[in-house]
Design a protein around this ligand. Structure first.
Ligand code: KIV
Length: 263
């Protein structure tokens, strides 16, 4: 098990977990009650995801989520957390250039209490990641299916399925690591590509719908509790099998740590 410092899980501990092949268990949360429950269950990372646009606000995408929304929910989560590392999502268009990225990431950390920010990244975002990192802002770069691009992508589809796009994702992953990203999050890419990215970079890689060979896994909390208002993604698993919410979360953590989720 990872040891916890006085300040909770740190990026150094996540790096050690990767090196010691201890899987990193992550979930989303958006309020204090669930954040406290996850924190006490021993979740390594809580993401205040812009998925709140769908699971909290009931919209069909994450595009409507604003900085004010994310700051509010990050404050709710960070106030209830002492063990888990809190990552806050940068909403749609809040990092379209270096200036607004620096301004908005600062707000997430100072007003929200986030310990890391996450942004959806292609090669175009490497400069932004470099600048955030140089200013002392830890960054998680989200690659593969980027839900904020839904209207450009034309649907929630698996990414990196042909040789060119798979190579592009591999090159982007190493460029983002070089730019200073602390973690990569890969969504909906073939398991074999996620495994290749995990082998190639030296920072932790968290997967969602990306197979079992990443350094850790993340799911949306409402998906594991079977209470998602819309469609549940096919890679999610409902852990509420005649048990309490605490037990469902503990079962998820146990399956991620032992490598039995995902199958
Ligand atoms: O917004 C979110 O919750 C996410 C996860 C699905 C990884 O980005």
């Amino acid at each position: 098990m990872s040891s916890q410092s006085a300040m909770g899980i740190t990026i150094n501990q996540l790096q050690n977990m990767r090196e010691q092949h201890e899987k990193i268990a992550c979930l989303t949360a958006y309020d204090a009650a669930f954040a406290k429950l996850l924190d006490q269950a021993g979740i390594d990372i809580i993401l205040v995801g812009d998925s709140l646009g769908m699971v909290i606000q009931g919209n069909t995408s994450t595009v409507s989520v604003t900085m004010e929304d994310i700051i509010y929910h990050t404050m709710c989560v960070s106030s209830a957390t002492s063990h888990s590392l809190v990552i806050s999502d940068m909403p749609f268009m809040s990092y379209s250039n270096i200036d607004n990225a620096l301004h908005n990431a600062t707000r997430l950390m100072q007003e929200g209490g986030a310990q890391m920010v996450k942004l959806e990244a292609t090669q175009r975002q490497t400069e932004i990641v470099e600048e955030l990192s140089a200013c002392g802002i830890p960054v998680c770069a989200h690659l593969g299916l980027r839900p904020q691009y839904i209207h450009k992508l034309g649907g929630y589809k698996v990414q990196g399925t042909d040789t060119d796009s798979a190579n592009e994702l591999l090159i982007t992953s190493t460029a983002l690591e070089k730019a200073g990203a602390d973690i990569l999050l890969v969504e909906c890419i073939p398991a074999i590509l996620a495994a290749e990215i995990t082998k190639t970079v030296s920072i932790p890689v968290i997967g969602i719908g990306a197979g079992k060979d990443c350094d850790g896994q993340i799911l949306v909390l409402q998906d594991i509790l079977g209470i998602t208002p819309g469609k549940t993604p096919p890679f999610a698993k409902n852990y509420m099998q005649n048990c309490s919410i605490q037990q469902a979360v503990q079962n998820y953590i146990q399956e991620v740590k032992s490598g039995t989720f995902p199958t």
